[in-house]
Design a protein around this ligand. Structure first.
Ligand code: ARG
Length: 590
């Protein structure tokens, strides 16, 4: 279904043609002055130069033609100084447009003409280290990007890309060997089977890693041991591999639980360890093809380009001790992704401080032919989540805030607010609080442009008023409750059809709904979930104004009442569709 602005533009182009001007001048946009009109066309200003005529004269002629058009899309079109065309949309045209939205697939959204295979790399937790809020943004933004790409008709895979192969594993192994040296995993002569049961629980694991990490910073010999253990693990020492498997199993179960709470779901649970097998051949090939060369003992590939304004250092593939790096793993991952999925596009949702890393990886992958020439590699770097003091968000004690704690805190606060609002059973209240808290958290994040830093403000995010998740949900719940009453009172609706708007607030709501297809499309093209947020905020505001200014259930004209109810249904469905794309949902009551 064509976008509303396209339809109005087409008509305006006709008007320009009929008035004797090039149709290219007929582009219509949303009004800059919503107090004066709904849409505007500035074409006469530009045409004035070509036709050597006063813009207002051209605008006047076009407006004249436009007023006499058959079945016009506008109800009023006026030429105003110095040469603008102000447009009000025809109410019957608007009604028709909305009624068509009801019947169209995805409310008239046009899916992409050629579906792409898209891989979204997001989440990126580090196994055995507790999830912290730095990983929250990756999860929230990535999940929404994935859903938007899918909704547009693409074939999409979400890959968690765990950090599961680094020094943290060597640290845990070392610490464990100090605490429990008697375990068979450390006996190099051991030839039997390793126990099925892990020698630690998740909470022990969570305590072991920070302890080991802290000690390695003070104790040089200990650090050497951990590096050695990492090296031995990576070279297949059996006892260490067995331990690694335990660490993975326990951590992944814990990660799954946490991501489940966030309603974040991955198609692939792959990690850095999965691609180690490609590294040897990959590096040899890069050398053979003359891309990789030795520099100060390390193996590097030049990736600087003439147009660079900032220095882009060579991409290091192997360190002088032969060890692979973060870059190496990301390159090998692209190799594997090509083998397993052959994506047209890979989108990385990662902290923006890693931008240079990705510039190097992308250039190196293209240069060395690891990826297809025509692949799109996109880095969606996000900013930091700060506390109210403007510094990276910390616990009250100044430590790194764990994701679980943060979620528990916001659930608690939401529960308190819900209880304050009305009397509710403990159990139901807790469930509702979880749903609303997730919306608060996700909306609080997604309503900001991803690249920007933002301030995590629990009071603001959980508020029922203003530009917040709970406000959006509150609006949906309000609509649900009106609809519920309507049907409970025996109301019937065979085929939804909205009214030709009677009041300004009804028209405003109708107008806001028409933007659905164009908003989703731009959120997709710009990889910008915040566009969806501003849209649903606009719709929610328009709805609430409409709700306060019109009597819906007590409307006496049955046809008009059905028109209202239809409008409510469409509003609710579009809002729900959008929050689904943002990654949260609405409760029945709140
Ligand atoms: N594990 C990494 C970190 O915590 C993020 C991984 C991002 N994805 C990637 N393909 N490098 O910083």
């Amino acid at each position: 279904m064509k976008k509303l602005l396209e339809l109005i533009t087409e008509e305006m182009e006709k008007a320009f043609s009929e008035a004797g001007y090039k149709k290219e001048y007929g582009k219509v946009t949303l009004s800059n002055r919503p107090d004066l009109c709904e849409f505007q066309c500035n074409g006469a200003m530009a045409a004035a130069k070509e036709y050597h005529k006063a813009p207002i004269a051209i605008a006047g002629e076009v407006a004249e033609k436009a007023s006499f058009m058959e079945k016009p899309v506008w109800s009023e079109i006026t030429a105003v100084a110095p040469g603008f065309l102000n447009i009000s949309l025809s109410k019957s045209f608007l009604k028709e447009y909305l009624d068509t939205m009801f019947t169209e697939f995805k409310y008239g959204l046009e899916e992409v003409a050629r579906p792409l295979k898209i891989l979204v790399d997001y989440g990126g937790p580090n196994v055995a280290k507790p999830l912290h809020i730095g990983h929250l943004r990756a999860a929230i933004i990535g999940e929404s990007i994935k859903r938007i790409c899918k909704y547009m008709g693409n074939e999409v895979i979400g890959d968690i890309h765990m950090g599961d192969w680094g020094l943290q594993m060597g640290l845990i192994i070392t610490e464990l060997s100090h605490r429990k040296p008697e375990l068979v995993y450390f006996d190099e002569g051991y030839a039997g089977e390793y126990p099925k049961e892990a020698p630690f629980t998740i909470s022990e694991l969570e305590e072991i890693y920070p302890a080991a990490s802290a000690r390695s910073k003070e104790d040089e010999a200990y650090k050497e041991e951990a590096l050695r253990a990492t090296f031995e693990l990576q070279n297949g020492r059996k006892g260490y591999i067995a331990l690694w498997n335990h660490i993975m199993e326990i951590s992944i179960a814990d990660l799954k639980r946490n991501y489940q709470k966030l309603d974040v779901h991955f198609d692939w649970w792959k990690g850095e360890s999965d691609v180690q097998k490609y590294i040897g051949d990959m590096v040899s090939e890069m050398k053979k093809d003359g891309y990789a060369y030795e520099s100060e003992g390390a193996i590097v590939v030049d990736v600087a380009e003439e147009s660079d304004t900032k220095e882009v250092p060579p991409c290091m593939i192997l360190k002088s001790d032969g060890a692979a790096l973060y870059t190496t793993t990301d390159l090998a991952t692209l190799k594997e992704r090509r083998l397993l999925f052959d994506p047209d596009q890979v989108i990385y949702v990662v902290d923006k401080r890693q931008e240079m890393h990705f510039v190097q990886v992308f250039r190196c992958a293209k240069k060395t032919g690891i990826v297809r020439d025509d692949i799109a590699l996109d880095f969606l770097g996000f900013g930091t989540m700060n506390g109210k003091d403007g510094k990276p968000f910390k616990t009250r004690e100044g430590g790194v805030m764990r994701l679980e704690t943060l979620i528990a805190d916001i659930n608690e606060e939401m529960f308190r607010k819900i209880k304050e609002n009305h009397d509710v059973e403990e159990e139901e209240g807790r469930e509702t609080a979880k749903t609303v808290a997730l919306a608060a958290l996700k909306y609080g994040d997604l309503s900001n442009q991803a690249t920007k830093d933002y301030i995590f403000d629990i009071d603001k995010f959980t508020s029922f008023e203003g530009n917040t998740g709970p406000y959006i949900l509150y609006t949906i719940v309000r609509i649900k409750s009106v609809l519920h009453k309507f049907f409970e009172e025996g109301g019937e609706l065979s085929e939804p059809a909205v009214n030709e708007a009677g009041s300004p607030s009804e028209k405003e709501l109708e107008l806001s709904l028409t933007k659905y297809n164009s908003v989703i499309e731009s959120a997709y093209e710009e990889l910008a979930p915040h566009r969806l947020c501003s849209y649903i905020y606009e719709v929610a505001n328009a709805f609430n104004r409409f709700y306060h200014e019109n009597k819906i259930l007590t409307e006496e004209d049955p046809e008009k009442k059905v028109g209202y109810i239809s409008l409510l249904i469409l509003t609710k469905e579009l809002l729900e569709e959008c929050i689904e794309l943002l990654g949260f949902s609405a409760p029945e009551r709140m």
